[in-house]
Design a protein around this ligand. Structure first.
Ligand code: MLT
Length: 411
């Protein structure tokens, strides 16, 4: 019989969102009469249709596949030049950040990239994550063997957690203990917090001093409204020697189902061998892609390219405005009920403190059973998420208004 990767047996629980779906399904099965009333504000899945510019580009690209002259087979594993160039130009060079086209690696989304990056890093790196945290960073490190057993009350032996709380605005400081790899996500999932230039500079300085690698998940960067906030870690001097950035078209482009994103690995970024030799991570990541993937399909990459056209930019900015207006309504609704609210100003997640005496899963159950609203319990994002719940702003306006109205009857 084949041996298994026993690290999987350390995983404390099922992945958060399937677990929430399981609980919701269980409730609906037991209460079929309310099935039609359920409003899903749990997982941050987009609800609005793909914008016309992207649809048109994808239709054209599908037609390309129907004739000998324009047919495409295998794509380049790390992305077509046209998309890498559009990304590097619009998201970096036009903002004064020096990133070359071949430092962009097009992928099927940042969630996958966050896990796959561990393939080019050695097992046994000391890893630090924030708490609350997007569970993918934790679970993928458990899976490869970078942690020991789960701890009572959350977390894993051997995993450094950096506490985010109301006092630090859910932006923890760098860890005191030595760490090789750290995950940061800003705008933050789940708390909606943001980081400013001085604090991000402090992180970069710390990483350079401590020879640590930062994986910077910027999946929600397009939701930043405040012009003074950094849009990329590569705005910070020195980041090209200590950081990898992942981004996604899922939320700004409505690509949660289409799947496309990218990772930036600067050529100046190095890791080291056990015997002390420096090796560019770019070289390893390129090698990984050429072996492990045949890339992202032609219609999807043409669709992603269209996000950067004049029409695409205008249409997606309306989409983002729609979700951010939802976030404002949700914030206002929660505040009107006397709840303490974080996030939702530069991020599509509203992070709400439970009313006194209520814990995260208790609040989740109450919102589900008394108002048929699905949220995400803060405790699902780590020990420090206990006492909070997350509302996703990815929804129709009518649903958001209904959520606010129903919550008023509750608290
Ligand atoms: C979330 O709800 O946290 C995200 O949608 C999950 C994801 O992007 O994988």
């Amino acid at each position: 019989m084949v041996f298994i990767n026993e690290n999987y047996l350390k995983l404390a629980a099922g992945y958060l969102f399937p677990e929430i779906a399981r609980r919701v399904n269980e409730y609906v099965d037991a209460n079929p009469a309310v099935a039609g009333r359920i409003i899903r504000c749990g997982i941050g899945d987009v609800t609005e249709p793909i914008v016309p510019a992207v649809l048109a580009a994808m239709h054209d690209a599908i037609d390309d596949l129907g004739s000998h002259e324009t047919f495409r087979g295998y794509p380049p594993p790390t992305g077509y030049d046209f998309l890498r160039q559009a990304i590097a130009e619009h998201d970096y060079r036009n903002r004064g950040i020096s990133i070359s086209d071949d430092e962009i690696f097009v992928s099927d989304g940042s969630k996958g990239d966050c896990g796959s990056l561990l393939e080019i890093l050695g097992v046994g790196n000391r890893v630090a994550v924030t708490d609350p945290v997007y569970p993918v960073y934790v679970d993928t490190n458990v899976m490869v063997g970078n942690t020991d057993e789960p701890l009572d009350g959350g977390g894993y032996e051997g995993l450094v957690t950096m506490e985010g709380n109301e006092a630090n605005g859910f932006v923890p400081n760098p860890p005191e203990s030595p760490v090789d790899l750290v995950y940061l996500c800003f705008p933050n999932n789940p708390t909606g917090s943001t980081i400013d230039h001085p604090r991000l500079q402090a992180w970069v300085d710390w990483a350079l001093e401590n020879d640590a690698l930062i994986v910077y998940d910027a999946a929600y960067v397009n939701f930043i409204r405040d012009p003074d906030l950094p849009r990329s870690i590569f705005e910070i001097p020195g980041a090209d020697k200590c950081a990898i950035e992942t981004r996604s078209f899922s939320k700004n482009g409505g690509f949660t189902g289409i799947r496309c994103g990218y990772t930036v690995v600067p050529k100046t970024l190095e890791g080291r061998t056990r015997d002390g030799r420096s090796v560019p991570l770019h070289q390893l990541w390129s090698r990984r892609w050429s072996t492990r993937s045949n890339g992202v399909s032609w219609p999807v990459q043409r669709g992603a390219e269209a996000l950067y056209s004049a029409e695409g930019l205008e249409q997606t900015s309306m989409l983002i405005d729609h979700y951010m207006t939802n976030a404002t309504l949700l914030r206002g609704g929660c505040e009107a009920m006397g709840l303490t609210v974080h996030g939702g100003e530069n991020a599509p997640y509203v992070w709400v403190k439970c009313p006194p005496g209520q814990d995260s899963w208790g609040m989740f159950d109450r919102l589900l059973k008394e108002a048929q609203i699905v949220t995400t319990p803060g405790a699902g994002f780590g020990r420090c998420g206990e006492g909070f719940f997350r509302i996703s702003a990815f929804n129709s306006r009518a649903n958001v208004e209904e959520v606010v109205a129903r919550m008023k009857t509750l608290v």
